[in-house]
Design a protein around this ligand. Sequence first.
Ligand code: ZN
Length: 103
Amino acid sequence: MDNNDRLKPFLIDYIQEITGKSKGRNQYICPFCNSGTGRNRTGAFTIYPETNTYTCFACGEKGDIFTIFAKMNNLDCRSDFPLIVEELEKNTIFCQLKSRHRI
Ligand SMILES: [Zn+2]
């Protein structure tokens, strides 16, 4: 497994940390367009656990843990990639995940 691939399952924990628990089957409030906070509270932001990627059907945002972390922190996913990895490694949620999954 690629050294950075082990960070990818962290996506769900990270989303829960920033937007709260699931609004349905793998659906969350979108941190970009806030879909899921409306009248029917149906989150359009969907996480695919098989690939550890996300897509928001309301605003069209898609990517993985690296792209969302970059956007939330105003970083560039390519040029700031080493910094993103470093920051994710330091995140408390990731540390808990790491001990749980022994990665
Ligand atoms: Zn959205």
